[in-house]
Design a protein around this ligand. Structure first.
Ligand code: SF4
Length: 192
């Protein structure tokens, strides 16, 4: 099977590879696609992309990287659904459509997304939109529930693990009810 995998982050990429290798063994020909205009702000986007490249040094797989920090097109795409489930619907569709098109363009037969490993994502919606994108592009969407797949701890040692889904709205939802202090202040040299 020629499988293109849309990558949302390094941790989920490792889990998807483990699940697919376990299932398809030597029949698997796999390639990764980085395309995530939904990750904000810019430094968080760069951290997650860097984590994928660090992981790739440990587990080299061909990657196609679309390095577009996309807060503006992302907001234009989800507008006016900044709150609620339609935001994620538009966000999933944006990424899955791109993956399906690329899968077709490179002559691969199947595509999937590393989001199928996440307990925080809506699997029914991913499946619905993945299959629609596949149908529109003449390829197949491989849905699997890889939430329970485990990866050896040492494989992921030191790899950056994000604390929220991706967009600035999810960052707000994740932290707005915390009292987490990111900066406590302090005295500079010479101050009393
Ligand atoms: S919460 Fe996650 S899936 Fe939903 S719109 Fe934001 S980045 Fe996309």
């Amino acid at each position: 099977m020629k499988l293109l995998v849309h990558i949302c982050c390094a941790i989920c990429w490792a889990k998807t590879l483990a699940g697919a290798r376990e299932e398809f063994g030597s029949d698997l020909e796999v390639m990764g696609l980085w395309y995530n205009p939904n990750i904000h702000p810019l430094l968080e986007y760069r951290k997650r992309m860097k984590a994928v490249s660090v992981y790739s040094e440990r587990d080299p797989v061909t990657l196609h990287v679309i390095d577009e920090y996309g807060i503006a097109p992302f907001c234009a795409t989800i507008h006016p659904n900044y709150e609620g489930p339609n935001r994620c619907r538009a966000c999933y569709r944006m990424r899955l459509d791109k993956a399906a098109r690329y899968c077709h363009d490179i002559g691969y037969t199947h595509f999937t997304t590393t989001m199928i490993t996440s307990t925080h994502q809506d699997h029914d919606l991913i499946r619905e939109l993945g299959e629609a994108a596949a149908h529109a592009n003449g390829v197949k969407f491989l849905y699997r529930d890889y939430r329970a797949v485990e990866v050896e701890e040492k494989t992921l040692k030191g790899i950056y693990h994000q604390q929220y889904c991706g967009c600035v709205f999810s960052e707000n939802e994740r932290f707005r009810n915390t009292t987490k202090e990111l900066y406590k202040g302090g005295k500079r040299d010479g101050e009393s």
